[in-house]
Design a protein around this ligand. Structure first.
Ligand code: 13P
Length: 200
């Protein structure tokens, strides 16, 4: 099992990668993992640029918001992450991106159809859009839980994307596939009529 020090560094490394890949923009988006047995959530701090973020900036807190370790404020979306950990017992990593193609579906309150095999194998099917809630509130996470039923991700209305997994590597991969499917579907629509896998 990875130590807290290793996990803090992993969050920083994956966050920087996400920033370079365009999954994050500005200081938006956030990433966390949850050590369920210890009730410890490790999460990116709020409003810190990813290219200057360091391992010690990652905040360690309990799901009730009690900060255990950290000199910065946790992500403004920590309540959303906590609600997902409470509502999805098999999820131990949450990755909230603003990846542009998938977020465009979130702005339209539109499901991202399963048009590639990766959508079925990794994501569990199409990607639903969770009902809108004010960013920063627990309701964002509470609305995401039903949208995540049988899925490894969803979008958040007028907000962004949520990818989940058993660990950070899985959540990261799922975030990449959500964006990939949204992007390919969008391009396919611009040149023709995409066919969903369920219709084959
Ligand atoms: P922070 O994690 O920097 O608070 O980002 C907020 C955000 O991404 C809202 O969607």
């Amino acid at each position: 099992m990875k130590t807290i020090t290793e996990l803090r560094q992993e969050i920083v490394d994956r966050s920087l990668q996400a920033f370079h890949e365009g999954l994050f923009s500005g200081t938006s988006g956030n990433m966390s993992c949850y050590l369920r047995e210890e009730d410890l959530m490790l999460i990116t701090p709020t409003s810190v640029r990813y290219d200057v973020m360091r391992a010690e900036d990652i905040v360690v807190l309990r799901l009730d918001g009690t900060v255990v370790e950290g000199h910065l404020k946790p992500s403004s979306e920590w309540r959303m992450h906590a609600a997902v950990y409470e509502g999805c017992p098999d999820v131990n990593a949450v990755f909230h991106t603003h990846s542009p193609y998938a977020t465009a579906f979130a702005v339209n309150h539109q499901t991202i159809p399963a048009v590639l095999i990766e959508a079925l194998v990794f994501l569990g099917g199409d990607i639903r859009c969770a009902d809108y809630a004010t960013p920063g509130t627990k309701e964002v996470g509470l609305n995401a839980v039903p949208a995540l039923e049988g899925r490894r991700g969803c979008t958040l209305a007028n907000h962004g994307v949520l990818a989940v997994g058993g660990d950070l590597a899985q959540a990261y991969l799922n975030a990449e596939y959500i964006e990939d499917v949204a992007k390919i579907y969008t391009i396919a629509r611009s040149v023709g009529t995409p066919v969903e896998l369920k219709n084959l």
